[in-house]
Design a protein around this ligand. Structure first.
Ligand SMILES: [Zn+2]
Length: 91
């Protein structure tokens, strides 16, 4: 999953269609320049969008899951504390 913008912010050209191919070429060891030339991404604004994009979607999904776990733990702790308070009031 990727959150690459669909269009270039400057010229409005569709750039998301190049993302997967660009990533494949980079992981194969090609330079950014070479990869973008092969994909025929010629405008500098679009090239910058692809080169500078950092895909944080996996990190965001993990952090969301961690935040949910933390919320559940805090709710359980609040319940436990409430029970403890009731228990100590009775004594
Ligand atoms: Zn552009």
């Amino acid at each position: 999953m990727s959150l690459i913008p669909i269009r270039c912010y400057t010229c409005g050209g569709v750039i998301c269609i190049f993302w997967n191919s660009y990533q494949e070429k980079i992981t194969q060891g090609q330079s950014s320049t070479q990869a973008l030339d092969e994909l025929r991404v010629s405008r500098p604004c679009c090239r910058i969008m692809l080169i500078s994009h950092v895909d944080l979607s996996d990190t965001m999904i993990k952090q969301h899951a961690m935040a949910k776990d933390y919320q559940k733990k805090m709710e359980k702790l609040a319940d436990d504390t409430r029970h403890l308070a009731i228990f100590t009031e009775k004594e």
